[in-house]
Design a protein around this ligand. Structure first.
Ligand code: NAG
Ligand code: NAG
Ligand code: NAG
Ligand code: NAG
Ligand code: NAG
Ligand code: NAG
Ligand code: NAG
Ligand code: NAG
Length: 447
């Protein structure tokens, strides 16, 4: 263990227990807080057009056999015509609730209106990602919430980004699992900055949790965004993904890259069973591994890990997109506010705990998630496909309320962390920045 890791572990251990307060941000001004931090760099794939994906590798990579195959709902995403009840009985229909559908639908549709007239309009009541309205919407045409660094929930650790573990995140409505991964001892781990600082275990274990949840929730589409911190070959990621059992669920796109209008609807993905979409920020190679999608040719991001509470909506990564390229793909809004701590050889970004209530708010305060979502919608003519947040539970569902506003639906679910065991005192464990700063002062005094 290097010296800074040792001291870091020591200060992380002492820097918990304080309540966030307004004075924290004052203390934090003694830390270095530039407007932007430098975004990660790496090589970006760029395409002048689209190519048709070679599907020959598919059956070998993501198939399953016999009884190990998960069952998917069978039915129709687009049932047309006015079919009689006899020919359409038992058809599972997944489309938006306001779309006319044939009569004769059962459990997932509203039978009440269907008995007498072929012009009656039964409605789909089966939710896709919690809302029936989403069934007929394309993946990427819905605003979903992403739990930034989903795996980093270690209690009492100042480098954690979430209170609620991944299982609870998914139960609450998080639909993008995201986070830093590192290649250590021939294994991919979910580690934050350094495995000495915060090691959340292997990626395989994390993805196994996701796969179990996915198997138990046949009407949900989940996205996983892998941060390849060490820029290792994409083949190092195939074992954890496959060994976690995700193979049968992995979506393999028909085109490279996919543009906004190329994506299937949620209903189509659910009926096909291919409802886990994996992206990687750097070193994806879709020719080689068709189910690990290159992030930056298929989505762009607003500024990385902002330290500016105004949360500008500028397009940052990948660099240099023109207006036409920006419009072709969806975008992710980074809405996690950080403070940057410099420890000599090592810059560390940690969440700005003092501001998290305002940052996640569904109101008009400067820095609120609602303000950013509205600003970005005004700037780009469409809302972000993803709202990336820290401590999504702070605000009791406010982040999901903001997403619901973007999607023109009504949020009415319990939140957050109720349905899984989390630390009962999680709210009290937020590190205090003044204590962090105090510990840093001690560190520098010791140098
Ligand atoms: C449903 O399918 C029919 C026939 O393929 C097509 O004409 C129609 O546009 C589709 N409707 C929707 C809402 O996708
Ligand atoms: C429709 O109802 C029948 C009888 O209740 C049931 O067996 C069947 O599973 C239902 N179909 C769907 C798609 O839910
Ligand atoms: C079914 O439709 C009727 C009439 O429109 C409505 O009153 C009822 O609430 C609906 N039921 C469900 C489960 O959507
Ligand atoms: C989804 O499509 C509708 C209709 O084109 C558009 O108004 C809306 O902004 C889109 N939402 C997202 C998140 O792309
Ligand atoms: C990697 O192996 C070394 C040597 O056995 C060990 O000290 C270290 O903790 C391991 N790292 C992780 C992340 O497991
Ligand atoms: C992707 O993989 C293919 C097949 O192995 C290889 O030919 C190609 O050079 C790789 N592309 C990149 C950018 O590494
Ligand atoms: C917005 O919500 C946050 C968190 O509840 C609160 O601190 C702030 O005062 C609110 N702002 C307004 C303008 O209501
Ligand atoms: C929002 O939903 C309401 C109720 O379903 C509908 O009347 C309205 O047209 C929708 N607005 C937009 C912009 O889609």
């Amino acid at each position: 263990m290097q010296w800074h890791s040792f001291f870091l572990a020591a200060f992380l251990a002492v820097s918990v227990g304080g309540q966030s307060s307004a004075t924290d941000s004052t203390t934090a001004t003694s830390l270095r807080t530039p407007t932007y931090v430098a975004p990660p760099t790496g090589s970006y794939a760029s395409y002048t057009g689209q190519v048709t994906a070679d599907t020959s590798a598919r059956s070998s990579t993501s198939s399953c056999s016999g009884s190990s195959c998960p069952s998917s709902p069978t039915g129709s995403q687009n049932a047309t015509g006015t079919g009689s009840s006899s020919s359409t009985t038992n058809t599972l229909l997944l489309q938006g609730s306001n779309t006319p559908v044939p009569t004769g639908m059962n459990t997932t549709t509203n039978m009440t209106a269907s008995s007498t007239s072929s012009s009656a309009v039964p409605t789909n009541t089966q939710p896709c990602n919690n809302y029936p309205e989403f069934c007929s919407k394309r993946y990427m045409n819905v605003t979903e919430v992403c739990a930034h660094n989903s795996a980093f929930t270690t209690p009492n650790n100042a480098a954690r980004n979430q209170d609620v573990v991944i299982l609870g995140q998914l139960n609450d409505g998080i639909r993008m699992i995201q986070g830093e991964t590192q290649y250590v001892n021939d294994t991919i781990y979910s580690c934050h900055t350094s495995c000495d600082l915060l090691n959340a275990g292997t990626l395989e274990a994390e993805l196994t949790t996701v796969r179990r949840w996915v198997a138990a929730h046949p009407y949900d589409v989940i996205t996983i965004l892998l941060v390849n911190t060490d820029r290792v070959d994409v083949n190092k990621y195939t074992a954890p993904i496959m060994d976690a059992g995700l193979g049968p669920y992995l979506y393999e796109p028909p085109k490279i890259p996919m543009h906004r209008d190329d994506w299937p609807t949620y209903g189509e993905m659910i009926l096909s069973g291919k409802r886990v979409v994996v992206f990687m920020d750097y070193n994806a190679n879709q020719t080689e591994v068709p189910y690990v999608l290159d992030q930056f040719s298929q989505m762009w991001e607003t500024p990385f890990s902002p330290t500016d509470i105004n949360f500008p909506c500028d397009q940052q990564r990948p660099p240099g997109l023109n207006a036409e390229q920006q419009d072709l793909v969806p975008y992710l809004a980074n809405h996690n506010l950080n403070v940057e701590i410099n420890l000599g050889s090592f810059d560390l970004l940690i969440p700005n705990f003092a501001q998290i209530g305002v940052v996640n708010a569904n109101n008009d305060s400067t820095g609120s998630l609602l303000n950013m979502a509205n600003d970005c919608t005004a700037m780009w003519g469409r809302p972000p496909a993803w709202l990336l947040v820290d401590f999504y539970d702070v605000g009791d569902g406010s982040v999901f309320e903001v997403a619901a506003k973007m999607n023109n639906v009504t949020y009415s679910r319990p939140c957050c962390g109720q349905t899984t065991s989390v630390s009962a005192a999680s709210g009290l464990l937020k590190p205090s920045l003044s204590l962090v700063a105090g510990a840093l002062g001690l560190l520098f005094a010791l140098q």
